[in-house]
Design a binder for this molecule. Sequence first.
Ligand SMILES: [Zn+2]
Length: 289
Amino acid sequence: MGYGDHLMAIGAASRQHLEDPQRRLVAIGDGCRVESDYSDLEHGLSFLANQRTVDAGAPVTWIISYKAFRPYHDHAAMEAQWSLAHPARRRLFGRPDPRTLVDRLGYYVFNPQYRAEPAPLVLTSEEAGLADKLGQKPFVLIEPHIKSTASPSKRWPFERFAAVAETLSREIEIYQVGSPELPALAKARRITTHSFREALPYLKSARLYLGPEGGLHHAAAAMGTPAVVLFGGYVPPSVTGYAMHTNLTGGATACGSQHRICRHCEAAMANIQPDHVLLAVREILQRPD
Ligand SMILES: [Zn+2]
């Protein structure tokens, strides 16, 4: 949860704004409070409302998306499944608190109708200048890590990323962005970035992004950059993935499991061999520009 969720919300807000004949501003949040934790992404996005606009009573429409409620989860189905599994508790205590629903149920149910839309992020002139400069020499951006709060089911083994980087580095330069505390790929040019936003020019100018399902794959879509995304078995690519990307599941159907270790997700990731990833990467790199 975090930047990726907000990027999806910005993508949805952009579409909502364009489809609104009155072109009202769109607020992202719970219907009263605007989600402001990721406002650094909103540079130049004039269709978004901030809290001041909402408080001033300006006509806005909402994208309901906040920490305990993301629209790509099917909250009604989750409540129904929990009630079916625990009829006595449901009778005694009534509806479960939506904030604790996933912990009680043990898994997410995804909203099969939801489709992620690329967020139309705007680079600052400084960022666009850096992207232009970087883009003069082709490179692939690899992110081998998942964020510490992400489900471990999203992790493809680091050694496999390293094997892919090793082979690819003979063909094209490899970049890795992020915090210097995390292990580096031996073959990558390491760029220390201090914020999510700092990675955007690198994503914009990369020929391709390779990494897990997460904030950077949403940002790659926002930058219009092709990607090979290691989905595995946790979340369905039809929901949080983009048609412009190659999304690898290892043949699994998404489970949404909240267990620290999900054997099904481990098996899904184990099914994705470095050779499969290299094939998908090369297929994209060989496309004409
Ligand atoms: Zn699983």
